[in-house]
Write a protein that binds this ligand. Sequence first.
Ligand SMILES: Nc1ncnc2c1ncn2[C@@H]1O[C@H](COP(=O)(O)OP(=O)(O)O)[C@@H](O)[C@H]1O
Ligand SMILES: [Mg+2]
Length: 268
Amino acid sequence: MASDRPIIRAENVSMEYARGGEVVRALGGLSLDVREGEILCIVGSSGCGKSTLLNIIAGFLKPTEGRVLLRDEPITGIDTRCGMIFQEYALFPWKTVQSNVEFGLKMKGVDKGTRRETAAKFIKLVGLEGFEKAYPAELSGGMRQRAALARSLANDPEILLMDEPFAAVDAMTRQLLQDQLVDIVAKTKKTVIFVTHSIDEALILSDRITVFSSRPGRVKAILKNDLPKPRSAAAQLSPRYLELKSQIWDSVQEEVLQQIALMERIQR
Ligand SMILES: Nc1ncnc2c1ncn2[C@@H]1O[C@H](COP(=O)(O)OP(=O)(O)O)[C@@H](O)[C@H]1O
Ligand SMILES: [Mg+2]
């Protein structure tokens, strides 16, 4: 159950990149609260700064202006309370599933016995029992993403930052991964910030959905997703689902069109 206390607060965050002689303004004064225990989905046109925001929250990047607070304290660098999961599988190809999941714990100096035990628990949680000794190349895309999730969970982050993590897997696997993620988040009580291109994915996963404006990214809209849980395939046929979907689509479409118009003007 989501509480009202923000675990993450982005205050007036701007980010500018220097590219060649130009400045690219990726985020333009973005403010956003993330509540403890919620799954917050971010949707928005490509290039509107979604990954940039996740990288700032993860402490990989420092904003040009503004700040991000984690439990009321400014984020100044990489924090183990935030675990990042990318679209590309962030696994070491030369390590087995087991060693990948144990990696963060090993870095922290956790003893071998505890590492084994913790890894076993999370490998089981994501449904990869029996694949402990397999290498990433021997796994399907969906399984690799589950291994990446287990690896992140083993570090016990409070917040999972997920950047289009299921974008590269097929539709059926994707649905399975979504169901599993909802289940795991409920069991482990994590807060999740999940970036996706898919409005359907956002509607299936989220407690709230935020639509970003086109670049420079800001929060254009925030919607509460009041669809009853669990959100089975049948839920996607309900009038409320379609109502929310068209509301989000209208909001995203406006921004996509604006982005296209902007690019055409630049090219002319
Ligand atoms: N390291 C970088 N250097 C220069 N420009 C960048 C860099 N990273 C991202 N950008 C630019 O910033 C904008 C936002 O990028 P990004 O956050 O990746 O958007 P999104 O994830 O929403 O697609 C894009 O125009 C992108 O080209
Ligand atoms: Mg991105």
